[in-house]
Every structure is written in structure tokens, then in C-alpha cells.
Design a protein around this ligand. Structure first.
Ligand SMILES: [Zn+2]
Length: 138
């Protein structure tokens, strides 16, 4: 498969690894947007949240929690953003599911998670909530 992250998993493309277990690999982002920016991926290929097996996703999340703690100890950031993008419209660049850990400091100038607070239409909000609730599968 012509997937950059699968090639990182196989070792065909080198990476700066920080964590590995049966299901998960974590490595430094080589285009960091802040110091300590790293990526957590499942070893089994899955393009997005819609394709990944639940067990692999839970393993990715568990590793994300561990690595966030390690990043906090190492770099002592003021905060941490976790980012997980699905699909081109969401700015996903590599179609192999990944979670970004982005350490944040006051005044670092990044604009992740900054948006204008504009009151929504409550009727529309409630209608969408009801439709989503009907589609939840346990
Ligand atoms: Zn892949």
C-alpha cells in the first residue's frame, strides 16, 4: 500500500520513534508546529475514525494519554492540544488515522482551537441533536 504512515510502521521510511506497542506507534512530527509535536497512529492501516477497529482506536487513545503525561513532564507546556482530523474537508493530509499531540504555551501564537463565539439557532441545534441521537449504535 502506498501509505506514508504504513511505511513508517514497516520501517521502510525512518522516523523518530517515541513509543511503540502491539497496536500503536508514536513518533515525532518532522514538520512540528510547536516543540514536542508528535503523532500517534495505529499500526494497522485505517484511513479515518470511520474505518478503524474499536480496539485499535482505544489503543491509540490510551497511548495518547500516556504520551501527553510524558510530554507534560518533559516540556512543562501551559496546555496540550489533541488533534485528530478525518477527511480532506477537515484538513487531514495523510489518510492513515493519527492523533497529534501539540504542546501549547501562552503567547505561542498558534491559532488551533480559536474560533469566534457566535450564538447558534437553537431550533436547528436541537433538531440535529435528535437526528444524531437516533443514529447512535451501542
Ligand atoms: Zn497506512
Amino acid at each position: 500500500m502506498d501509505c506514508i504512515f504504513c511505511k513508517i510502521v514497516s520501517g521502510e521510511i525512518p522516523s523518530v520513534k517515541v513509543y511503540e506497542d502491539d497496536r500503536v506507534l508514536a513518533f515525532m512530527d518532522i514538520n512540528p508546529i510547536n516543540e514536542g509535536h508528535l503523532l500517534i497512529i495505529p499500526k494497522a492501516h485505517a484511513a479515518t475514525i470511520h474505518e478503524i477497529a474499536e480496539g485499535d482506536f482505544l489503543a491509540v487513545m490510551s497511548a495518547t494519554r500516556k504520551l501527553s503525561a510524558a510530554v507534560k513532564k518533559t516540556l512543562n507546556p501551559d496546555g496540550i492540544n489533541l488533534l485528530q482530523l478525518n477527511g480532506k474537508a477537515a484538513n487531514q493530509v495523510v489518510p492513515h488515522l493519527h492523533v497529534h499531540i501539540v504542546p501549547r504555551w501562552f503567547g505561542d501564537g498558534l491559532t488551533i482551537s480559536q474560533w469566534e463565539m457566535v450564538a447558534g439557532n437553537m431550533e436547528k441545534i436541537k433538531a440535529i441533536a435528535e437526528k444524531i441521537q437516533r443514529e447512535i449504535v451501542n
